[in-house]
Write a protein that binds this ligand. Structure first.
Ligand code: 13P
Length: 255
């Protein structure tokens, strides 16, 4: 059985003191959760302080983006080793907001992925179709292209550390989540692609998160699906009560 992984993507919300307040609240609520990887992904400026608060806790730290070069004259960027130094174990790569607003492409996702794997951290690679693509029946083609190009040249050995997040763009921040059946269909397809790219065993070991308007009210149904191994949560991760509830419900469903 794959271990569930539930990550909070805080996006561009919360300054340092607000980040610490949320982190401390979550530590209090979630200290006894054992069978789920819990990951918080604050803004860059909060990483080091949140990392300190998370020492010796059951909650881990992730970043929202990375640059693939090790160091150099790349104003405004941050490398994988710098994120690791700040305490990160996970990095989100290719989030749809980065694809949409910051020209992220499958090729840049691929370069970032290689840098993160080389650093020893675990990448959370995001894929997902827009509403227009879904309505044109292009969902699976888009997912295939994003995965094949994004994972180009990633060895079977490294693939074991991959986490994939399926986030339909039309479900992000809209309150309109994919139904559990819609999500499971794409998750199962992603797993079948991973089988083709790698092996059945490797595909069976890779965790696939769902993201897009996840909240306490829809998490149970999503977690009951065989190929949904966790969630990447935006808005509902910014609040102690809603994020804790999502995790507690997931633990109950998967126990
Ligand atoms: P929401 O949960 O706010 O829809 O955001 C999802 C997301 O983009 C997580 O990365």
């Amino acid at each position: 059985m794959r271990r569930l992984i539930i990550a909070g993507n805080w996006k561009m919300y919360k300054n340092i003191s607000e980040s610490l307040e949320l982190t401390n609240g979550l530590k209090r609520e979630l200290y006894d959760i054992e069978n789920i990887d819990i990951v918080l992904c604050p803004v860059f400026t909060s990483l080091a302080s949140v990392s300190e608060v998370l020492t010796d806790s059951n909650i881990q730290l992730g970043a929202q983006d990375v640059y693939w070069q090790k160091e150099g004259a790349f104003t405004g960027e941050i490398s994988a080793s710098m994120l690791k130094d700040a305490g990160c174990l996970f990095v989100i790569i290719g989030h749809s907001e980065r694809r949409q607003y910051f020209s992220e492409s499958n090729q840049s996702v691929n370069q970032k992925l290689k840098a993160v794997l080389e650093s020893g951290m675990a990448p959370i690679v995001c894929v997902g179709e827009t509403l227009k693509q879904r309505e044109a029946n292009k969902t699976l083609d888009i997912i295939k292209e994003q995965l094949q190009e994004g994972l180009e040249g990633i060895s079977a050995e490294d693939a074991g550390r991959l986490i994939i997040a399926y986030e339909p763009v039309w479900a992000i921040g809209t309150g309109k989540n994919a139904t559990a059946t819609q999500a499971e269909e794409v998750h199962a397809y992603i797993r079948s692609l991973l089988e083709k790219i790698y092996t059945k065993d490797i595909a069976a070991s890779i965790r696939i998160q769902y993201g897009g308007s996840v909240k306490p009210g829809n998490i149970e149904e999503l977690m009951q699906q065989p190929d949904i191994d966790g969630a990447l949560v935006g808005g509902a991760s910014l609040n102690v009560d809603s994020f804790s509830e999502i995790i507690k419900i997931s633990q109950r469903v998967r126990k």
